[in-house]
Design a protein around this ligand. Sequence first.
Ligand code: MEV
Length: 307
Amino acid sequence: MKASAPGKVILFGEHAVVYNRPALAVPVNQVQVEVEVSESSQPGIRIQAPIIGLTSDLASLPSDHPIGSVILKTIQHVGVSPLPNLSIQIQSTIPVAAGLGSGAAVSVALVRALSSFLDHPLPNEDINNLVFEIEKLHHGTPSGIDNTVITYNMPVYYIKGQPIETFKCGKPFTLVVGDTGIPAPTKESVGDVRRLWLRETIRFEEIFNEIAQISLIARRSIESGKPDLLGEMMNHNHELLQQLTVSSPELDNLVDASKQAGALGAKLSGGGRGGNMIALVKQASAESVAEALISAGAKRTIITEVK
Ligand code: MEV
C-alpha cells in the first residue's frame, strides 16, 4: 500500500498564525513524500527512511521518536490487533528542516498508507487531527497550518481552531522558492517569538495585526485575479517578520537577490532563521530569478505555479 503527501509553502502569515491570525499556504507538489507499507516475513515493524538515515525496528526506537509515535498513534486509532509483521519504506524529495513541511508530510503519508494497509483508511479529517497531535508533541505550539495544507493538498486560508477554508486563484502565478540550506529551527523561533510577545505584548500584537491585514488583502487579490499586487505585500510581510526577529542575513540576502533579478516581491517562508524564501515572479523570468538565487548562495530552488 502506497500513499504520498506534498510539501507546502506559507505565502503570508507565518508566526502570526500561531496567535490566531489568518495565514495563506499552498501545497508544493514538485516535492513529495512517498510511504509504502507491506507485509514482511521478519517479525515486528521494520522502518526504512533513508532521507534521515533511519533503518530500525519500531521496538528499538525511543518512545518519543516522531516516526515511531505516528505509527503507534495510527495503530491505536484504528485498533487493529494482533498486528501483522510490517515493512515501512519512507522516501522523500522534500528537504528536511527547510520550512517545506517535510515532517508533517512524512506523518500524513505514513498515517494514510498504514491505516489503508490495515483496512481502516482514514478520512482526511482524522488524518489531519492525528498529525496535529504529533506536531504538538514535537514542535511546541504549532498552529496546525502545515498538517492542514499537506493533508488536504489544497490552498488554505487558515485560522487556528476554525473550519478549514480553501481559496481559488483567479489567475495563476509563479513563485520561485530558494533554500538557504540552513536548517530552519522552527521550534526555537516560535519559542523566541513567544518570549518576546510576553515581554512586549502590545508591540507584537500590533505586528500580528498588520500581518493579518496582509493575509486578508492577499487572499482577495489572489481570488480576484490580481496576483501582481502580492509583490508589495510580500515585501511588507518580510519586513514585519524581520521585526519578529525570525529573518537572518542569509534569508535577507536571497530576498534582495531575487528582487534585483526582477522578482515582484519576496519574503521568507515558514519558521525562518534558515529554510526557505519565496519570490513572486513573472513566468518568463522564473529561470533567471532561480539562477540569481543560486549565484547568491541558495542551495536549491523550486519553481512552482500556484493555480
Ligand atoms: C511553520 O511552517 C509556520 C509557523 O507559523 C509555525 C506554525 O504555524 O506552527 C512558523
